[in-house]
Design a binder for this molecule. Structure first.
Ligand SMILES: [Zn+2]
Length: 393
């Protein structure tokens, strides 16, 4: 989720009546167009779409776009990013004579930064009734003890600036509705925020809950080629101390393969039944069979942690899907970061029923680092073109 709680609204006259705005100037629409381009880039990067540019004497000095999610930085608002870049260009933390254009009314932090920079003028697009500090919630620019420098112009291209935010949040709500699934009373679901630190290493996760053996528990998985009927399939099974992130360095090395990486029920981003009795390998194997059938997988190869050996045995029983090969994983040592990742799905003891039932070690020190993943991929890749083994050859 974005770190920035903004409400996508067009400028509301009631919210700005206490501002005495500076008049629009001839080039304002042009420069706001560049700020909007920055906002669109932010949206494309999954950030709340706010963009800014800094202009001096009719020349573009610097640009900035909102980036708190990607940079893990609550201060990485478009305005702060643009101010930093402009100050670097000028070699001076004072931005006298400069104008900052931003698509959304600045918050208190950004307004404060502008006042410290002695910015000559700020021009914004849409008002922000939740955090706007140029008139909507407070007006820092109207405080004579704070501000001797910065004039404010509001509402330039407000409609386009607001529409960009509205579209962004509408799409996000839609996506949230599509992935939202009710949680059974007898299960826990790890909050998404627990996985934030590793989100960049993970492709979008898919989920399934309506398989007979799942009965509403939600299983999360990575599918690197959704819907592909031709690619050979590799199923990657983590152990009882890890989750799908274990294979993050492997799947990019196997572009010809459809790599399927489930977080087994009770692990990772999948639901966690509170009772341990369900966690027999045979039940997990049944879930996997139904899921693979749903995905249209008739044969596959497997890489697996030794923990899930019994699960692989169960999958190798006659019938669908046909298991053509199974490779155990050769591990490297998990660094402290990754050891934290293995603990992330278990914010408290209630989440750990599966780990306890299956006899997991306290903290897994197993990982598949880039070298280990490359060695494994080198063993797997040729099998993908083996006409005897795979229909996709
Ligand atoms: Zn801000």
């Amino acid at each position: 989720m974005p770190n920035r709680p903004v409400a996508p609204v067009a400028i509301a006259p009631a919210a700005i009546k206490n501002i005495a705005p500076a008049p629009h100037e001839a080039d304002d629409a042009h420069w706001m167009g560049l700020a909007l381009a920055q906002a669109r880039e932010a949206a494309a990067a999954g950030e709340v779409p706010v963009g800014a540019v800094v202009v001096k004497d009719g020349t573009l000095l610097a640009t900035g776009r909102n980036s708190p999610v990607a940079t893990h930085d609550p201060s990485a608002h478009a305005e702060v990013n643009a101010l930093r870049a402009a100050a670097a260009v000028l070699g001076n933390y004072r931005l006298e004579g400069c104008t900052l254009y931003v698509t959304l009314e600045p918050c208190a932090m950004c307004s404060g930064a502008m006042l410290h920079a002695r910015l000559a003028r700020v021009v914004y697009g849409a008002a922000d009734p939740r955090t706007g500090a140029a008139g909507s919630v407070v007006d820092l620019f109207a405080q004579p003890l704070l501000n001797h420098h910065t004039r404010v112009t509001a509402g330039v291209a407000a409609e386009s600036c607001g529409a960009l935010l509205q579209d962004f949040f509408r799409e996000r709500r839609q996506a949230a509705r599509e992935t939202a699934q009710p949680l059974r009373d007898d299960a826990l679901r790890t909050p998404e925020a627990c996985f934030d630190a590793w989100r960049e290493a993970l492709p979008p996760v898919a989920t399934v809950a309506d398989l007979p053996s799942l009965a509403g528990w939600r299983m999360a998985y990575v599918d690197t080629r959704p819907g592909s009927a031709e690619a050979p399939v590799l199923l990657a099974l983590h152990g009882w101390g890890e989750w799908g992130l274990l294979f993050r360095h492997l799947w990019p090395l196997l572009p010809a393969w459809r790599v399927l990486v489930p977080d087994l029920i009770g692990f990772g981003r999948s639901d966690k039944p509170k009772r341990g009795a369900i966690h027999a390998p045979a039940w997990h194997a049944q879930v996997l069979r139904e899921w693979l059938q749903r995905l249209g997988v008739r044969q596959l190869a497997i890489v697996h942690h030794p923990d899930s050996g019994a699960l692989v045995q169960a999958l190798r029983q006659p019938g669908a899907p046909v298991v053509t090969a199974a490779w155990p994983v050769e591990f490297s040592h998990a660094d402290a970061d990754i050891q934290r990742a293995w603990q992330a799905p278990f914010p408290d003891r209630g989440h750990e029923a599966a780990r306890r039932a299956l006899g997991a070690r306290k903290v897994s020190t197993d990982d598949l680092d880039p070298d280990a993943a490359a060695r494994l991929a080198a063993r797997i890749a040729p099998a993908g073109s083996d006409p005897m083994g795979y229909s996709g050859a």
